[in-house]
Design a protein around this ligand. Structure first.
Ligand code: ZN
Length: 430
């Protein structure tokens, strides 16, 4: 028995040693033996976390009017699965919302059949479609890398151009117009206006994604300094001026002390004078003749005259976003003419029934981004000063930024270089 069992034990020991050696070497020798299972930890994945080996990847962008089914049928994806994805996973992603120009990629197996699809609604997120036997959709977010930047300049043409000259994304111009909407009309900037902006840029990897927050800014408009400081804590997320007053201002709810609303905003109503159905894109406030009509916000008068239908009326442009109009006045207040700057609550005229009107009232009209809207349904920001509890923190933040903002503003290097090139002495005729 002992004579026979020894070689068997030796063989078993040898086999065990070989097995251990085999396992130790496994990662380096997987490919030569097809039966060796692929180890998950060694599997290579791409930027979307998808397996690289065994798939061929087709990349493109969504063309105009192209549907989800259009994208997948060339890859032999079973029509039933396409329908299932479109129908049963709408809560995760609605395939009817594929956007023209956005990138997508299809992963096909060795037989050329589409197995996964990735669609990128934005640089910061992507959608994974599993086209296998159990079709599924999931959304993934990519992390944004935030970098702080400072830009300064003196405006020659527009803020937009000044930013482009310095290789800054022009979305920053829109962001600035939002921040200072109530202080500065960005469509009426002047040559010589100057700015310094501390802001954030968002990146996905090394690719620019978007302009982030305007952290602090100084804008010199017509020789006057305007400051903005972004303060964010708990529920507060606002831009304040150097005194801690919010830069956003609310409108007055109504332009007049009224008795009742005689007609609301509607796309369709029976007109009492014209005796037909038509839209009423305003709110009628009934009040006694002669009651003062107030500007609902700071702004500049653009129209103040008589019109056949509107009667005596005044139109005020508040900023790049909002415009208001006040109709049927018995009289426009003296001094109110195109170009007049008005303050919120300032009297601009008096209630009457001039033009097409049945009784004394103000027809108040409200435009947002060029479109007439029901101002009573608009969420108009109403913000007070920084809450007392945050005063010390705000002051500290303001002081840090102020040091950087108050330094003299110089034209950008690019601009100075361009000016140098434009001077006659620098030009050489061919
Ligand atoms: Zn009206």
């Amino acid at each position: 028995m002992r004579d026979r069992s020894l070689p068997v034990l030796l063989l078993l020991a040898l086999a065990a040693v070989l097995l251990v050696l085999r396992l130790l070497n496994a990662p380096a020798t997987t490919s030569d033996d097809p039966s060796t299972p692929v180890q998950p930890t060694a599997m290579a994945v791409d930027a979307f976390g998808m397996p690289v080996e065994g798939f061929s990847v087709f990349e493109s962008t969504v063309r105009r009017n192209e549907t989800f089914s259009d994208l997948l049928t060339p890859f032999g994806v079973d029509y039933e699965r396409i329908v299932t994805l479109a129908r049963d996973h709408r809560d995760v992603f609605d395939v009817r919302r594929l956007k023209f120009g956005r990138p997508y990629r299809v992963y096909s197996d060795s037989a050329g059949v589409g197995t996964y699809m990735i669609y990128q609604p934005s640089l910061a997120s992507y959608v994974v479609f599993d086209l296998g036997e159990n079709p599924a959709i999931r959304r993934e977010e990519r992390s944004l890398d935030v970098r702080e930047r400072t830009v300064e300049g003196i405006i020659e043409e527009s803020l937009y151009m000044t930013l482009i000259d310095q290789d800054i994304h022009p979305a920053l111009a829109n962001r600035m117009a939002d921040v200072f909407a109530w202080q500065i009309d960005f469509s009426r900037l002047q040559k010589g206006d100057a700015f310094r902006i501390l802001f954030e840029e968002q990146y996905v990897g090394d690719e620019f994604f978007d302009i982030g927050e305007v952290l602090a800014a100084r804008f010199v408009h017509r020789g006057e300094d305007h400051y903005a400081f972004h303060f964010e804590k708990d529920d507060v997320d606002e831009h304040y001026d150097e005194n801690g007053q919010s830069l956003r201002k609310a409108f007055l709810i109504a332009p007049v002390e009224y008795k009742r609303i005689s007609s609301g905003f509607t796309q369709r109503r029976y007109h009492p004078v014209q005796k037909r159905y038509k839209a009423h894109l305003g709110t009628d406030y009934a009040a006694n003749t002669g009651t003062p009509i107030l500007a609902t916000g700071d702004g500049t008068v653009t129209e103040a005259r008589y019109g056949q239908y509107n009667g005596n009326y005044v139109k005020i442009r508040h900023n790049g976003t909002y415009t208001t109009q006040y109709l049927h006045m018995s009289k426009i207040k003296s001094g109110i003419r195109p170009g007049t700057r008005v303050k919120q609550g300032q009297v601009i005229g008096f209630v009457g029934s001039t033009g097409l009107a049945t009784g004394p009232h103000v027809c108040y009209r409200f435009w947002k981004n060029g479109e007439q809207v029901d101002h009573r349904r608009e969420k108009i920001p109403s913000v007070g000063p920084i809450p007392d509890a945050y005063r010390p923190a705000f002051s500290a933040l303001r002081e840090t930024y102020e040091v950087r903002l108050k330094k003299p503003i110089t034209p950008s290097l690019d601009r100075r270089y361009a000016e140098l090139l434009q001077t006659p002495t620098a030009l050489t005729s061919p």
